[in-house]
Design a binder for this molecule. Structure first.
Ligand SMILES: [Zn+2]
Length: 1020
């Protein structure tokens, strides 16, 4: 037969665009528009102020003026309120108010948006390019919008958020801050009118989307492809826009049989769940996210009200909490739908945090603050970790999730890998400690699907685990900047419920999906897929270094929190001082908020990072105050072992070496700094090992031209690392002394930047320490410091949450090569058969480590200055510290890491520690001590095994805790264990005397121990 259908899909596109979509809304009347632009500082005002219901203090009263169609509104980041009046007329059928605020069709949630209010301040819904209407009459209309005479008044809060990530992407712009001098093209009000809505033509458009989309995805070898094309061709033949309503009805009748053909028996099954991935801050400031939530949630609620089959999910307790605080009426509606299982809180974390940079205790608190919020507000505890967008996931997360009572883990980000393809979508993820968690990567490989045939087909073809699993999850709805699902997505979802050639699509909660998918996996037998270790993302490696103030603020706050909680617990336990629960909660929530996956990684606009720097400063001050309070209560004593500098009688001797070199020697280490300020020898005199390989130089500063292909603040590309420029210039060089310590200070210049390295041999510590002060004026340059070591190893140990991850030093395979820049916490350690070496740092997170002949080179990343989205990132002064510890094993590195990061508590005299581990075998540490979150006064002690081996220990308490103190093990939320956790326990849930308790810890095992004094009645 001739191919008469060769242009059917092209014809469909044209007819749909020009003759169907424009007929869905038919103009029925104009409206009267007035506008008022918020003056003063231009920051948002309350709806009550804008609506004239109440006055915001210090704000100019709203003054609405007539506003013509086509006029420009809104400077960057300003807010304009529109007042819109009209009369609906008497004709029957659905009627919409349709608005075009100046949309870019390609960007939902990434530029201007609106939120519609009634005159009494009730929120109606959000507006964006794909949701530009308000239903005034007919199905889905909010009751009461029209008066008895058909008139209405609505207000629109329009936010002039600039389009920062446009086409082409990653264009440098200053509009990430308010008040930029760069010209700004204002938005224009292009459309404001009443329009009759045709359900029939809308339904035809949805039918054709599904039929055409499916035909395009199916191979021409399949009969179904041709049946769909024929039906589409015939439907287009009968659709005549001259009588569009009747044409739509006839066309739909032709399409009905092909859209009624059921799916194959073995069709893949998809659980579709409405969602709006909402970045807590990114290309907009934190305050805008609060408004984005109102827009997105009100849209989602309108859709849930209109379509009883749909389910919507939202993560991040912080977001719910903002809604509760700023939009209580919306929050009540959310709660109503939560109770009915249709609005589902997921994730159980405070925010969708970065997955690798926060310390272990921070991840614990993400989970405990998140879960407690959901339990307190909704009586529900999410059982999945929901991190679709974070930039890699530490190997500690399976254990932490499971110990917080979660069962499942979700992300899709690993599909962004630039080098290798991850082998699974549904699998057991096994952490560094051996804990497994059911894990699913939605195979549509997006967290913002639109429920198209292409996405569904992609999900089926991509899904790696077809042999053992038949389900996958599809989070659909516009994301990043919010927006969420639309009625068109919902319509397609219904059409794909049971359709030949497509997977079966069901609207259900994530928990329903996880339960069924986990059951399937448990049935996988010998094909059971397991992935062990961290989920390293082969992309966005620059996020470990960008906006260094975020990393430093976070690390310092974590270290201060550790000291503040420990000292407050000591002051409370030993001196009956009140424990500052409320202050600590508020501080923790602030620190957790800033661990969001675009703030801590340094990938937000300048505005976000400026505010974050101020916030970190304020939080650090508050923590210093809490530490002062606690130490005052303790009588000026500190409770070791938080920071312990061992007094030593050693003194560094300084002598002149050859060719202007300086030799530093304290009897343990002997360091030679050459005339150019480089370390050419570091001799460990205890075993006679030379650390610096022949011809190499330690502390060499290397500069790289850092011009990413894409995603500037996110990516360090491999091409960047190929051509280091060594900074050899010496502006000054001098020998320095400080008590028994001595060192060499070298000042180097590059461009307009100055780098001062102050290299200390700390007498008697076995530590060669460097303080680095940088006045950084470079852009698009990466600065690293190289530490070569004469250690022949195949892997290096990078500290991560509660342990380390071993990464390859070789680049034999593609995945090994792809780890060319990776995350570390406080140390990197390398070792050969008889010698180890550790490098500890105070605030850095990015490093690379590679074998170099019989040696190893570790390079710490200090600074980079991408130009998008913040063109002035990292300009200014910075300070870093690192130390090289020759001969250090992992326990030594861990102890040094604590000491190196502990806040300076000098001047306080030590007292006996509150709790102490007596190690019997192996190595474990007390990582954290605090009071229980339930304000009972119990102590909570977090310990973990540090080396990846086994450790046993006894716990000793301060004598004032009393000999009768009892101890038992809990989950991370400090709850009694039920015995069903299926997790290794260090002591178990039985209450026993502390002195009788023996802790047994497996590799990297974390234990949460609760200690109560005086003894309770139920001691066994
Ligand atoms: Zn995100």
């Amino acid at each position: 037969m001739h191919n008469l259908l060769s242009r059917t899909l092209e014809r469909l596109d044209r007819v749909r665009r020009d003759r169907i979509l424009p007929r869905i809304h038919t103009r029925s009347a104009g409206v009267e528009v007035e506008a008022w632009t918020v003056a003063d500082d231009g920051e948002p005002v309350s709806a009550r102020h804008a609506l004239g219901l109440a006055r915001d203090p210090g704000r100019t009263a709203p003054g609405y003026r007539p506003f013509p169609l086509g006029a420009a509104w809104g400077q960057a980041w300003a807010t304009t309120w529109f007042r819109i009046r009209g009369t609906a007329g008497q004709q029957a059928g659905p009627l919409d108010l349709v608005l075009d605020l100046g949309w870019f069709d390609h960007s939902v949630g990434g530029h201007c948006e609106g939120l519609v209010f009634t005159p009494d301040g009730t929120i109606v819904k959000g507006l964006h390019p794909r949701q530009p209407h308000v239903r005034l009459r007919g199905d889905g209309a909010v009751p009461g919008l029209l008066d008895a005479d058909g008139t209405f008044v609505l207000y629109v809060e329009a936010a002039a958020n600039p389009l920062l990530l446009g086409l082409p992407p990653f264009v440098v712009t200053d509009h990430g801050e308010k008040g930029a001098e760069e010209p700004f093209e204002q938005f224009r009000l292009r459309r404001a009118e009443l329009a009759a809505f045709s359900p029939e033509i809308h339904a035809l458009a949805c039918d054709l989307d599904v039929a055409g989309g499916l035909a395009a995805e199916l191979s021409a070898d399949e009969p179904r492809h041709w049946r769909l094309l024929r039906a589409i061709e015939e439907a287009l033949d009968v659709y005549d826009e001259a009588d569009a309503e009747d044409g739509a009805r006839r066309a739909r009748a032709i399409l009905a049989p092909v859209l009624a053909a059921p799916a194959h028996a073995s069709a893949h099954r998809i659980t579709a769940v409405g969602h709006a991935h909402m970045d807590t801050a990114w290309l907009w400031p934190l305050r805008e996210t609060v408004r984005k939530l109102a827009r997105t949630v009100s849209n989602a609620l309108a859709l849930l009200d209109a379509d009883p089959a749909l389910v919507y999910t939202m993560s991040a307790a912080q977001h719910f909490s903002w809604l509760e605080e700023h939009y209580p009426e919306l929050f009540d509606r959310v709660r109503h739908h939560v109770e009915r299982g249709r609005f589902v809180p997921v994730g159980g974390m405070w925010v969708e945090a970065d997955g690798v940079i926060p310390t272990g205790e921070s991840m614990v608190r993400q989970l405990t603050y998140g879960k407690r919020y959901f339990i307190s507000r909704f009586g529900r505890e999410p059982r999945e970790m929901w991190l679709p967008d974070s930039f890699g996931y530490s190997g500690a997360l399976p254990q932490l999730a499971r110990r917080a009572g979660s069962r499942w883990f979700l992300t899709q980000k690993i599909s962004w890998n630039d080098t290798t393809v991850f082998p699974h979508h549904t699998f057991w993820w096994e952490g560094i400690d051996g804990t497994r968690i059911f894990t699913h990567f939605p195979p549509a490989e997006t967290y913002a699907a639109e429920v198209t045939a292409r996405e569904l087909r992609h999900a089926v073809t991509t899904f790696k685990d077809k042999a053992i699993a038949s389900h996958s999850l599809l989070p659909y709805g516009y994301g990043d900047g919010g927006g969420g699902p639309t009625r068109e997505m919902a319509e397609r979802l219904h059409r794909f419920a049971d359709l030949e050639g497509a997977p079966r699509v069901t609207s259900r909660s994530p928990a329903e999906f996880f339960q069924e998918a986990e059951a399937e996996l448990l049935d996988a037998g010998s094909l059971e897929p397991v992935y062990r270790g961290e989920l390293y993302l082969e992309l966005h490696r620059g996020t470990l270094t960008s906006q260094t103030a975020m990393k430093q603020g976070n690390r310092r706050c974590e270290s201060l929190l550790r000291a503040a909680e420990y000292l407050s617990a000591a002051a409370s336990t030993l001196r009956d001082a009140p424990y500052p629960h409320a202050d600590l909660d508020e501080i923790w929530r602030t620190v957790l908020l800033h661990q969001f996956h675009d703030i801590l990684p340094g990938t937000s606009i300048a505005w976000v990072h400026r505010e974050a720097r101020d916030t970190y400063r304020m939080v650090e001050e508050r923590l210093h105050d809490l530490i002062k309070q606690a130490t005052a209560a303790l009588g000026g004593e500190r409770a070791d072992p938080l920071a312990a500098a061992e007094p030593s009688a050693a003194v560094v001797e300084v002598t002149d070496g050859e060719a202007g070199a300086t030799v530093l020697d304290d009897g343990l280490l002997r360091v030679v700094v050459d005339g150019g300020g480089h370390v050419v020898s570091l001799l460990d005199q205890r075993g006679g090992r030379e650390v610096v390989p022949p011809g190499r130089r330690l502390n060499e500063l290397q500069l790289f031209r850092d011009e990413p292909v894409r995603w500037d603040a996110w990516d360090v590309d491999r091409h960047v690392l190929r051509h280091p420029q060594v900074l050899d210039d010496v502006t000054s060089r001098k020998v320095i002394r400080d008590g028994s310590d001595a060192g060499v200070e070298v000042v180097r210049r590059t461009g307009a930047s100055t780098i001062t390295l102050t290299m200390w041999l700390r007498a008697g510590t076995g530590r060669f320490e460097t303080e680095c002060a940088v006045d950084w004026q470079e852009r698009e340059r990466l600065l690293k410091v190289a530490i070569p070591a004469r250690v022949s190893a195949r892997t290096a140990r990078f500290e991560t949450q509660y342990g380390y991850v071993e990464r390859p030093l070789l680049a034999n395979t593609a995945s090994e090569e792809a780890m060319f820049e990776a995350a570390m916490h406080r140390y990197v350690q390398v070792a050969d058969a008889d010698f180890g070496l550790a490098i500890v740092n105070d605030t850095m997170y990015g490093a690379d480590a590679r074998a170099d002949g019989d040696s190893t080179v570790v390079r710490l990343s200090l600074l980079r200055s991408a130009r998008f989205p913040d063109p002035h990132a990292d300009q200014g002064t910075h300070a870093f510290r690192w130390a090289v510890l020759p001969g250090a094993d992992v326990p030594t590195a861990v102890e040094a890491a604590y000491a190196f990061n502990a806040p300076d508590l000098a001047g306080l005299s030590p007292i006996a520690p509150l709790v102490r581990l007596e190690l019997l075998t192996g190595h474990a540490v007390v990582d954290w001590v605090k009071q229980a979150d339930d304000c009972s006064g119990d102590l909570v002690v977090r310990v973990y095994e540090t080396q990846g081996g086994r450790a046993s220990a006894r716990m000793h308490c301060h004598e004032e805790l009393g000999a009768g103190a009892v101890l038992w093990e809990t989950d991370l939320l400090e709850r009694e264990l039920t015995g069903d956790e299926d997790l290794p326990l260090a002591v178990g849930p039985t209450h026993r005397s502390v002195s009788e308790a023996r802790l047994d810890l497996g590799p990297f095992q974390v234990a949460t121990l609760r200690i109560a004094a005086p003894p309770k009645e139920d001691i066994q």
